[in-house]
Write a protein of this length. Structure first.
Length: 206
């Protein structure tokens, strides 16, 4: 998993509440267990018409938002089914950070496990960032995880909270497998110890 430290990027405004996981990645595209390739179908039913042509009015089909790495949205982002394909699709498209007043719990947790930083901000601050992204789309904003701050296009700074353990994992690019590998020496030491004390548990190993 790629580490997340500081991100300076275009922010795409999607001022909608209750953006559910079926909107993020429709069930039609859940037939894969690969984490790559899903970005092409992110927000498929809003991005494309029945002939698979881009819908010009959708934010991610516009310049410069089609290159956005930050998404600003409304309350209850990521609600609906618990599909992990939703953060996979966002990440594959290039989204590394989502800012909203609130998130569905399972989606929120899945974001951290896949290298995406979900940030909860008060409604008025989200509205300020949304308005700036709409009015000056070419201006980037900066999300600094270390200092837990967002620097808006006009220079305003907003602070955000994040769980210390999740922050550690993102800063160091640690998913569940990475966290286990951090304990590699202890695991190996334990296995050597068990091999001596209970050889019948390891005699068929390898």
């Amino acid at each position: 998993m790629d580490a997340f430290k500081k991100l300076t990027a275009i922010a795409a405004p999607l001022p909608m509440i209750n953006v559910d996981t079926d909107m993020i990645i429709p069930k039609l595209f859940l037939r894969t267990i690969k984490r790559t390739g899903l970005g092409a179908n992110l927000f498929d039913e809003m991005r494309f018409d029945d002939d698979k042509k881009e819908i010009p009015d959708f934010v991610l089909n516009k310049e410069p938002y089609r290159h956005a790495q930050i998404l600003i949205s409304g309350d209850n982002f990521g609600c609906g089914s618990s599909r992990e394909h939703a953060p996979w699709a966002l990440l594959d498209f290039g989204i590394r950070c989502i800012i909203a007043p609130s998130f569905a719990d399972i989606f929120y947790n899945n974001c951290f496990k896949n290298g995406i930083l979900p940030i909860r901000l008060p409604q008025d601050q989200v509205e300020t960032l949304t308005k700036q992204a709409q009015q000056t789309p070419e201006k980037e904003i900066t999300v600094d995880l270390e200092s837990q701050t967002i620097t808006a296009a006009d220079g305003q700074s907003f602070s955000f909270d994040v769980d210390p353990f999740r922050k550690h994992c993102l800063l160091n690019g640690l998913d569940d497998i990475g966290l286990t590998l951090e304990k590699g020496d202890a695991i190996e030491s334990y296995e050597d110890s068990i091999a001596g004390k209970k050889p019948w548990l390891t005699k068929n190993a390898g």
